[in-house]
Each structure stands twice: as structure tokens, then as C-alpha cells.
Design a protein around this ligand. Structure first.
Ligand SMILES: NC(=O)c1ccc[n+]([C@@H]2O[C@H](COP(=O)([O-])OP(=O)(O)OC[C@H]3O[C@@H](n4cnc5c(N)ncnc54)[C@H](OP(=O)(O)O)[C@@H]3O)[C@@H](O)[C@H]2O)c1
Length: 296
């Protein structure tokens, strides 16, 4: 813990994988925090942190109450609902209303109105809203998580999808949390991060075959990748009981990899943290098979 006195930071998503890691890092640095979310009883117990809520992003008055007293808001993007832009916009407007003066928004690499991955489209919408909201902000685009291929595997450790030999620069939750922590702790009134879009990636772009083979070596489990055609990808997921929206979303994740939309490698992790980006084989956390959101 440092002797420096930091302004209060509100962190959302703290019942999840990324927000919880950010909150732990800020607590370690002695930053006073407001942990904001829908289920305060599931939030971590951290020194210097108050639990606030219940407050969902779309609940303007609950968000205003929860954010009261914060100087910076770290807004971890919420789950896909079809109204993600409206929910995020409500959260940002609540922050502005109670005097928050900086928003760090956790978006997604590849965010674009024409992104192949459907989740990257509404991330772009929030980025656009933020750019016009009149508040100091930084967009932190998280790379595709190293954990996702492991979570997508079936019970036999097979990851199947229409990604062919396309590549993605998978990033660990730890590196992403480290970068967000570094930006948060930079409290200079004018920082090069203001208005910036930082793309947080791993150190190399891997095919899914390479990524899954490395996960197998790291875990000692028999993960393997089996490429699918689009037709195979659809019919298997339909047989397994996925909804049309889930099928469309997951196929688009693999297709974004096939098209190389997630393949750029940036220097953001080493530049902001002073340490090299973590290779997938050194990731600290592997979720169990069949645990990706929206898998049957
Ligand atoms: N970069 C990638 O590869 C990737 C992959 C998957 C997801 N994502 C995005 O990145 C975000 C963070 O990732 P993660 O691994 O930490 O996901 P996670 O473990 O599912 O955590 C998501 C967190 O966001 C909170 N949340 C979701 N919708 C909310 C809403 N409407 N209002 C308030 N809180 C809400 C959840 O709260 P509850 O506990 O109340 O649900 C949870 O704390 C995800 O929510 C998603 O938008 C990125």
C-alpha cells in the first residue's frame, strides 16, 4: 500500500471476473473505493471499499445514489441485453449528475459499427455515447479473454467453431486489470489517456488451434480445437438447445477471429504496466468447460 492519497473510485462489475480483479488491485494501492452493483452481498470485502447498491446500470436513481462521492467511475461493460447502450448511457448520466469527473469504460477490442462479433457493435455504440457525453473519459478495449476458449470447450474438452486459421491476440484478465489500474492511478489533471482508446491485447496473435493446444499444455487437460463450417456450427448449437441469438453471437465470435479482426498486437500492456503481456500459456485462471455465457 502506498502513502499517496487517492480520490474515491467507483468500480462496477465487482461480482465478476474483471471488476473483482480491478477492485483488489486498487485496494492493494490504498485507493478508497465504492463497489457498485446489483448484489452487494456477493461483492468482495476489501479494505477501504464500501459496498453500494443494489444498482443495475439501467436504474438511474439507484446508480446516482450508489455513485455519490466518487471522483472516477470504472464502468465495466454489462451483459448483453439488447439494451446495453441505454443501460451504459444511464450509468454514465448518473455519474455526471452526481459530480463524477472521469469515466474509464471497459469496451472490447474490435469495437466498430460493422464488427463481425455482435458484442463489439454495441460496445462501439457506448464508446460513441461517451465521446459525446461531455465528460473526461478513457476507453479501455479489452482483448478477447484467454479464458474464453477454455470456457467454450465441451465436457470432452473440445472447442469447435468456424474460426478456421484466423488469429486473435488473447489477453488475460490480470493484464487487463493491471492496465486499468495504471490508468486509474494516473490522476494528473491532463493525461495522455484523456479521450484515448487503449487496445489491451496479449503478446501474440494465435489461431484457435494454437491457443487451445497451449491451454492443454498449461492445464494438463486434453483440450483440442475442431474447426467447423458455418453449417456445422449452426446445426450443432441448434441441436444443443441454444437460442437463435446465442447461436448468432457465438458464431460471430469465431468469425471475427477467422477474419483477423482481433489479431492486432499492441504495446499497451508493457507500456502501461512495465511488464510484458502474459502469454496464454501463463494465464492464471482457467474456467471449467461449458461455462461460457450463453452456452447450453
Ligand atoms: N473481452 C472479452 O473477451 C469479453 C468476454 C466476455 C465478456 N466481456 C465483457 O466484459 C465484461 C466484464 O467481463 P467479466 O469477465 O468480468 O464478466 P463477468 O464475470 O460475467 O462479470 C460481469 C459483471 O458485470 C456486472 N453486470 C452485468 N450487467 C450489469 C448491469 N446491467 N448492471 C450492473 N452490473 C452488471 C455483473 O453483475 P452481476 O453479478 O449482478 O451479474 C458482473 O459483476 C462483461 O460483462 C462483458 O460485457 C468481454
Amino acid at each position: 500500500m502506498s502513502d499517496k492519497h487517492y480520490a474515491t473510485v467507483a468500480v462496477t462489475g465487482v461480482t465478476g471476473a474483471l471488476g473483482s480483479r480491478i477492485a483488489v488491485r486498487l485496494a492493494d494501492r490504498g485507493v478508497p473505493q465504492l463497489l457498485v452493483g446489483r448484489s452487494p452481498d456477493r461483492m468482495p470485502d476489501l479494505p477501504g471499499a464500501q459496498r453500494r447498491g443494489p444498482a443495475g446500470y439501467g436504474d438511474a436513481s439507484a446508480m446516482r445514489e450508489a455513485l455519490e462521492g466518487a471522483s472516477t467511475l470504472i464502468l465495466v461493460s454489462g451483459h448483453r441485453t439488447g439494451r446495453r447502450l441505454e443501460e451504459h448511457a444511464t450509468a454514465v448520466e448518473a455519474a455526471i449528475a452526481v459530480g463524477v469527473d472521469r469515466v474509464l469504460y471497459v469496451s472490447l477490442v474490435g469495437a466498430s459499427p460493422t464488427a463481425t462479433y455482435l458484442n463489439a457493435r454495441d460496445q462501439w455504440l457506448t464508446e460513441q455515447f461517451l465521446a459525446g457525453a461531455g465528460i473526461r473519459h478513457t476507453v479501455l478495449r479489452a482483448g478477447f479473454y484467454t479464458s474464453t476458449p477454455a470456457a467454450l470447450a465441451d465436457k470432452g474438452f473440445v472447442v469447435s467453431g468456424p474460426a478456421s486459421t484466423g488469429r486473435a491476440a488473447f489477453a488475460t484478465h490480470e493484464d487487463i486489470a493491471d492496465v486499468i489500474t495504471a490508468v486509474t492511478l494516473d490522476e494528473r489533471p491532463r493525461s495522455e489517456h484523456d479521450g484515448a482508446i487503449l487496445e489491451i491485447t496479449g503478446p501474440e496473435a494465435l489461431t484457435l488451434h494454437e491457443a487451445v493446444t497451449r491451454i492443454a499444455t498449461a492445464t494438463g487437460r486434453p483440450y483440442r480445437f475442431e474447426p467447423e463450417t458455418l453449417e456445422q456450427a449452426f446445426s450443432r448449437r441448434w441441436r444443443e438447445g441454444m437460442s437463435g441469438e446465442q447461436i448468432e453471437t457465438w458464431i460471430s465470435w469465431y468469425q471475427a477471429i477467422e477474419k483477423g479482426e482481433i489479431s492486432s498486437v499492441t504495446d499497451v500492456v508493457p507500456r502501461l504496466t512495465g511488464s510484458p503481456a502474459t502469454p496464454i500459456s501463463d494465464a492464471a485462471w482457467w474456467p471449467s468447460p461449458n461455462t461460457a455465457r450463453g452456452t447450453p
